[in-house]
Design a protein. Structure first.
Length: 275
């Protein structure tokens, strides 16, 4: 009997070693047979195909010159006041427009602002009145005045025919409340200087100001036009200023807003101040 037990135990160990039966626990009970380990093959990671490189086309927003005149057109016959309009991208959106007669003499000038500038293109529109005694060839010019020396930058010249126009400035037809008639843009002015023009502003009250080359206010005086608040009146005043050398300067004419005191209806003429 003892030999039989030894034989059975030996057979059990032999069977376990050969994988033919269940392994025994220390208590002699059969251990459940384990399933052979599975070999897991990792799933192949999808390889993303390289997307074709995208070419980004950069288009210039505008190939236009700094100043474009849409009207008047070359060869047009114009009358006073002349409507000058177009688009521009200039420093601080400030433009100077003027009219020359058949001899190339400036007979009228003004300033206007585009709706955008200094890196963006804006629209501009301005009316200029002039006076000539007979119909003749003329030129409409518009340009940017250099902030450095007042020279004309990006100048556009439009040849036109000027129809006869009397001394009436035509200001009643203008879309501009203040008009400086004298001095003209580019003039060298004396000291004192007489500034005259026309205006249609609230209660006919406006202000004249002279600034030096650094933008410093040299003098400012209130002026009363002969009419306002719906009618065009004349104004004239003589101003004395002081500078220690000849230099570029500005003459401003404007009125103060009755609502908030801000400057409005600004008219600017670039001049040379004399010491």
């Amino acid at each position: 009997m003892k030999r039989l037990s030894i034989f059975l135990i030996g057979a059990a160990f032999l069977s376990a070693a050969c994988g033919g039966g269940a392994a025994l626990t220390a208590a002699g009970k059969a251990r459940p047979q384990q399933s052979p380990a599975r070999s897991i093959t990792p799933a192949a990671t999808p390889t993303a195909s390289a997307a074709p490189a995208t070419t980004v086309a950069i288009h210039k927003t505008s190939d236009l010159p700094a100043i474009v005149v849409n009207g008047p057109k070359p060869g047009d016959r114009v009358s006073s006041a002349v409507h000058i309009f177009g688009t521009a991208d200039v420093f601080e959106d400030v433009l100077t427009a003027r009219i020359l007669d058949a001899d190339g003499t400036q007979i009228a000038s003004t300033h206007t602002d585009a709706t955008c500038g200094s890196g963006c293109r804006g629209d501009y529109s301005v009316w200029i009145a002039y006076s000539v005694q007979s119909e003749q060839k003329g030129t409409v010019e518009i340009y940017e005045a250099s902030a450095k020396d007042g020279s004309a930058l990006h100048k556009v010249k439009v040849p036109v025919t000027l129809s006869k126009s009397g001394p009436d400035c035509g200001c009643g037809d203008l879309e501009k409340p203040i008009w400086i008639v004298t001095p003209h843009d580019g003039d060298t002015i004396s000291n004192p200087v007489t500034i005259s023009g026309h205006a249609d502003v609230f209660e006919a009250a406006l202000v004249l100001r002279i600034l030096d080359e650094d933008g410093k206010v040299l003098i400012e005086v209130p002026v009363q036009a002969t009419c306002g608040t719906g009618c065009v009146g004349d104004f004239s005043a003589t101003l004395r200023y002081q500078v220690d050398h000849d230099q570029p300067g500005k003459i401003w004419a404007f009125d103060y807003s009755a609502k908030d005191g801000s400057i409005e209806n600004l008219e600017v003429v670039s001049v040379t101040l004399t010491a």
